[in-house]
Design a protein around this ligand. Structure first.
Ligand code: BGC
Length: 374
């Protein structure tokens, strides 16, 4: 088990860990372009998630490896375009008022070869498709690339989300399928906003209308005590909501909703730099996730607090193993210690390396300007 020891990592050491994070990700990227979530972890082996992958590609792109991110976006694009008839069927059924059941919606993860795996999973989740849209446009804008080869997939994804964004589904943590989650709506809004300038005609109009409705819904039913909430109608926060502010940019960090959300998550879920998912978390005892510390760091940076952003990067760095691998979570501070053993028995030791942790480390290190130090 990793003990998180805080020490004064220098900027050069942090940049070296970012370089090594990029190596870890690229060396594990499948020839198909897929980023495996965690290559050896029992429950994730052989699969790539749109959610994880979109953020991993974003970190890789921000740290400067354009080609690796291109390959991931090509992989997503092939998956979507090869399912054109399926997606058009979902959109047509929604338009006719007889939406397909959850089991016929797109899955949240695919095998590295782009197939729907045979293993059972908590599959219907919409956020990853929104995050992918945001990520591919962000990548193209960052490196002045043409979106042309991804445009068909972008339009299919837009149609899918515009038709289905109201549906309850599993959240980032693959839980609470009967709710409409703040972070899921935020990811969808970010994706539609990013894709919007690339669209024309009725599709552009429908996208703008959906975006306005989602933003309105979030403000009306997704805010309690001034901050965004875990799901519509819940008073709780969830650290996934940080993403909606930075890097997804749906609400500005310094605006009232952004600032109140960051403050609530910092107060309730941040313990010494390590960030919990949500207060009732019991997965592996409910530890602290380095990828969430990086999201918090991105938000501190957006508020102009570079010192606290660097502290978050240092906290994440301290979770690295001797092989420079970042885990999914660490067990130093557990919310529900009695539940840890049950998960160790079920799935083995915590997923390590988790490529999403490395991807978020890259994005925060890049935004902190550490590339110049590497
Ligand atoms: C997490 C998901 C993640 C998946 C793969 C799950 O345990 O809840 O957010 O996408 O692992 O990393």
């Amino acid at each position: 088990m990793t003990a998180v020891e805080s020490r004064a990592w220098t900027l050069t050491e942090l940049a070296a860990l970012a370089d090594s994070s990029l190596d870890t990700i690229v060396s594990l990227q499948d020839p198909s372009g897929a980023y495996p979530a965690s290559p050896t972890f029992s429950a994730y082996r052989g699969y790539s998630w749109f959610r994880d992958g979109a953020f991993i590609a974003d970190g890789v792109s921000a740290w400067g490896d354009t080609a690796s991110a291109d390959r991931f976006h090509d992989w997503c694009s092939r998956i979507l375009v090869s399912r054109r008839a399926h997606i058009e069927g979902i959109v047509a059924a929604a338009a006719a008022g007889i939406p397909v059941p959850d089991s016929e919606m797109l899955p949240t993860r695919f095998t590295l070869q782009g197939e729907e795996g045979a293993d059972e999973w908590w599959d219907f989740q919409l956020d990853g498709y929104g995050t992918w849209l945001w990520g591919v446009v962000e990548h193209a804008n960052r490196h002045t690339l043409s979106l042309e080869s991804w445009q068909d997939a972008i339009e299919l994804t837009v149609d899918y989300l515009v038709s289905s964004w109201r549906r309850p589904c599993f959240d980032w943590w693959e839980e609470s399928a009967d709710q409409v989650h703040g972070s899921t709506l935020g990811c969808i809004a970010a994706g539609l906003a990013a894709a919007s300038p690339t669209l024309t005609g009725d599709r552009a109009d429908a996208t703008r209308a959906a975006l306005q409705e989602i933003r309105g819904l979030l403000r009306q039913r997704g805010v309690v005590d001034g901050h965004l909430t875990k799901w519509l109608g819940s008073p709780e926060v969830d650290a996934s909501l940080l993403s909606v502010i930075r890097p997804l940019g749906v609400f500005p960090a310094e605006g009232s909703i952004g600032a109140a959300t960051i403050a609530a998550i910092d107060a309730q879920l941040n313990v010494g730099g390590g960030v919990h998912r949500y207060l009732a978390d019991t997965f592996y005892g409910g530890g602290q996730w380095p990828l969430l510390s990086c999201f918090l760091g991105l938000n501190f940076l957006a508020l102009g607090d570079r010192d606290r952003a660097l502290d978050e990067l240092r906290w994440a760095a301290a979770t690295a193993t001797a092989l420079n691998e970042l885990p999914e979570q660490v067990q130093q501070h557990l919310l529900e210690p009695r539940k840890m053993q049950e998960w160790l028995d079920r799935w083995g030791t915590v997923a390590t390396p988790l490529l999403w942790s490395h991807g978020m480390f890259l994005r925060l290190a890049a935004d902190l300007g550490l590339k110049a130090t590497s």
